[in-house]
Design a protein. Structure first.
Length: 316
């Protein structure tokens, strides 16, 4: 058979997947509290996968141990594709910080990254600073008058926050997720944070918070007037937060490929891409093999960073 007919047969196994899967509802476990950027993405994935796979896909917010509770729950789940994990880039750092945290390369099965989101340095708009240089000048003059906040210890945002606050002798305060950080900033308890755009977008538009720098290699299309850290004269802030889907260890490849296929269908949908763009997230169509390579590279980089304290300091 040639032409379109042969192509249809070639993709059929990916679209139909293993016989009998899914046999029941799917639990999408996330280590994030409701209301943040990650939760927004999880809810959208659950909505679309429910339609595509014809079974309910529900989101379970399992907090604790800097994300290790959620990861551990999925690592111990049956390898049948009915319990999945949505995690972020800091997962690669967890084994070095949380003894109970699964090693993503060994204890989980990568399905694919689904989105990336640059982190932004956001400050209380009542603070008289509009650039990184102006912000650092304020910190040098009165370091104890200001503070950084973070929502999840061990995250990429926390790595940047920790180094920036220690170099400038500025207090750092923990909150229960990015949404809580934003509320603390609005109340004046926290001065600045490294946050993803979805968590602060409404407050930035209303003028209550101000974005003064973007991480990543290039400016965000949603905030094209905001310079990157590199443009502002500070290298080392090009890492972007990815969010990816995992299955339990030893999940059959037929199920992994079915899930990867469904992710591709979801993330190539014009409607989904538009909704993610509005939320400040960039859809990423990935493969299990490419995701595994990313995990390996990230683990090598972040373990070295954590061991040597090499995250470039903002206040140098």
């Amino acid at each position: 058979m040639q032409g379109a007919g042969a192509e249809a047969l070639a993709v059929a196994p990916l679209l139909t997947g293993p016989s009998g899967y899914p046999a029941r509802s799917i639990d999408l476990v996330i280590p994030f509290p409701p209301g943040g950027a990650q939760d927004v993405l999880a809810q959208l994935l659950a909505e679309r996968l429910t339609r595509q796979m014809d079974v309910p896909v529900t989101v379970s917010n399992r907090l604790g141990a800097n994300g290790a509770v959620a990861s551990e729950a999925v690592a111990r789940a049956a390898a049948d594709g009915h319990v999945l994990l949505l995690q972020q880039a800091s997962l690669a750092l967890q084994p070095g910080r949380e003894p109970r945290a699964p090693d993503p390369a060994r204890d989980l099965t990568p399905v694919g990254r689904v989105a990336i989101a640059p982190l932004f340095l956001v400050i209380d708009a009542r603070i008289p600073a509009h650039t990184v240089a102006e912000w650092l000048a304020l910190l040098r003059s009165r370091p104890q008058a200001y503070s950084y906040g973070y929502g999840t210890a061990g995250s990429l945002a926390w790595l940047y926050t920790d180094r920036a606050s220690r170099q400038g002798d500025v207090p750092q305060l923990a909150a229960k997720g990015e949404a809580a950080v934003v509320q603390d900033m609005l109340a004046g308890r926290i001065s600045a944070c490294f946050c993803a755009l979805p968590s602060v977008q409404a407050q930035v538009r209303s003028g209550k918070l101000r974005v003064i720098a973007a991480t990543g290699e290039a400016r965000s299309a949603l905030l094209p007037a905001v310079p990157t850290f590199r443009e502002s004269g500070y290298d080392g802030y090009t890492a972007e937060q990815w969010l990816g889907l995992f299955a339990p260890p030893r999940t059959p490849q037929a199920i992994v490929q079915r899930l990867a296929s469904e992710l591709r269908r979801t993330l190539t949908s014009a409607d989904v891409r538009e909704r993610l763009a509005v939320a400040g997230l960039v859809p990423l169509v990935d493969t299990p093999q490419s995701f595994a390579a990313t995990l390996h590279d990230d683990a090598s980089r972040w373990h070295r960073t954590a061991r040597l304290g090499e995250t470039p300091a903002l206040a140098e």
